[in-house]
Design a protein around this ligand. Structure first.
Ligand code: NAD
Length: 403
């Protein structure tokens, strides 16, 4: 079929298989180029990535595989093609990743299902035992609006709200290309607690407990989960809001995991990038559009892959983690540089619907958003009839179809 973007608010309900492959291959080229400058030897060897199909998780997987030649097992929750409709972007990304990894002679296998469940944890452990023995790096990169607790069966929902008082600021209506004002009412205690249940550290700890108990965590393994801090303008809705509480709980979990297991667990604070998760946060797309303009002008612009290369090469497996006062790895350092933040703050009050394109890189934001779903990639013929039903090739030695 001929696949065109169909955007509904902050999601695109279609994805282009060849475009997603082109985007994954672009990231792979960046990771391969980084391999040339590697001192070698010290990177991850067998990596479990929980949330590996899009955004930061996918780029971590690409960096581990194509810079460090690591074997990777990816866990995600994606929609395969049903009744001739296109699959989700994460599905096509994973198909493309496995294809490229296998071409390069690398182990790559995937499990599609709810990472919060006991069943997927058990299936993952079984796969590690059969194929890898143990993993030496566990990446926790889930972004989910809900979580069902495997013990109680209760489902919790996360919300993006301020705490204590309402928050009013400018936001970007990407449907209408308009800058408008948004007011978000504060969360109830129940909503705060539920957000921590979904996006906090409890499930990360359950994963690490299960892996260690099953003997599939290599001695001295590392683990990392991702967080965000960002500028003061977004603090009420992010860092000081419900999601910020969940991110603080990740820091608690990192310390608990390091304490309980022979594993160094870290929270890495990454920069703001366009992903399916970040495009859903009020105010953030407008901030990202301005940030991109400032960082591109300065020559410090990075996307997920460049961030994850720095995280693995320079920090987790480099000479110095360069932890902040709270014990976190900071690869948002270039975003948070005072001159960058000052430049963004200077532009912020001047942004209107009329000045959006002149004063921000809204075009770059839009291109980035479309590329998440495989649209707008060079070399892809979008008028071509393409096969949308793509299987995930069996990974590793096994012939099992993993989906
Ligand atoms: P994303 O939406 O691109 O990726 C989320 C991943 O989680 C996907 O692979 C998806 O399949 C998987 N997933 C979601 N629910 C699942 C479930 N129930 N079971 C299995 N897999 C599931 O998100 P992202 O922006 O890459 O976010 C990843 C992490 O990085 C989050 O912790 C986020 O807060 C953090 N982070 C994001 C940004 C940003 O600007 N996007 C910045 C800093 C930190």
């Amino acid at each position: 079929m001929i696949v065109k973007p169909r955007i509904r608010g902050f999601v695109c309900i279609t994805a282009h298989p060849k475009g997603c492959e082109a985007k994954v291959r672009q990231e792979i080229e960046v990771a391969k180029a980084a391999a040339a400058t590697q001192k070698g030897g010290g990177g991850p060897k067998k990596v479990l990535v929980i949330g590996s199909s899009t955004g930061y998780g996918l780029s971590t997987r690409v960096a581990a595989a194509f810079t460090h030649e690591a074997a990777t097992l990816g866990i995600f929750y994606e929609r395969p093609s049903i009744n001739g409709k296109p699959a989700s972007a994460g599905w096509y990304n994973s198909v493309a990743f496995e294809k490229a990894a296998h071409e390069a002679g690398l182990y790559a296998r995937s499990i599609n299902g709810d990472a919060f469940s006991d069943e997927i944890k058990a299936q993952t452990i079984e796969t590690i035992k059969a194929d890898l023995g143990q993993v030496d790096l566990v990446v926790y990169s889930l972004a989910s609006p809900r979580r069902t607790d495997p013990k109680t069966g209760e489902t919790y929902k996360s919300v993006l709200k301020p705490i204590g008082e309402p928050f009013t600021n400018r936001t970007l209506d990407t449907d209408k290309d308009e800058v408008s004002e948004v007011t978000i009412e504060p969360a109830s205690q129940e909503e705060i607690d539920q957000t921590v249940k979904v996006m906090g550290g409890e499930d990360w700890e359950l994963w690490m407990d299960a892996l260690d108990e099953a003997g599939v965590l290599a001695p001295g393994a590392k683990s990392v989960a991702y967080s965000y801090i960002g500028p003061e303008i977004t603090w009420p809705v992010y860092t000081h809001g419900t999601i910020g509480q969940a991110k603080r709980d990740l820091e608690r979990a990192a310390a608990a995991i390091t304490e309980t297991h022979d594993c160094a667990a870290h929270v890495a604070v990454n920069k703001a990038v366009v992903t399916q998760a970040s495009s859903a946060i009020p105010v953030v797309p407008l901030y990202i559009s301005i940030l991109f303009k400032v960082m591109k002008a300065k020559g410090t612009h990075e996307d997920c892959i460049e961030q994850m290369l720095r995280l693995l090469d320079e920090r987790l497996y480099g000479d110095d983690l360069r932890l902040d006062a709270e014990g976190r790895i900071r690869v948002d350092d270039w975003e948070m540089a005072p001159e960058v933040q000052q430049a963004v703050a200077d532009i912020w009050p001047e942004i209107t619907s009329e000045t959006l394109n002149a004063k921000s890189d809204y075009l770059g934001y839009q291109n980035n958003f479309l590329a998440l779903f495989g649209f707008g990639l060079p070399g892809v013929d979008y008028d071509e009839d393409v096969e949308v039903e793509l299987d995930l090739p069996s990974a590793g030695q096994g012939k099992r179809r993993v989906c």
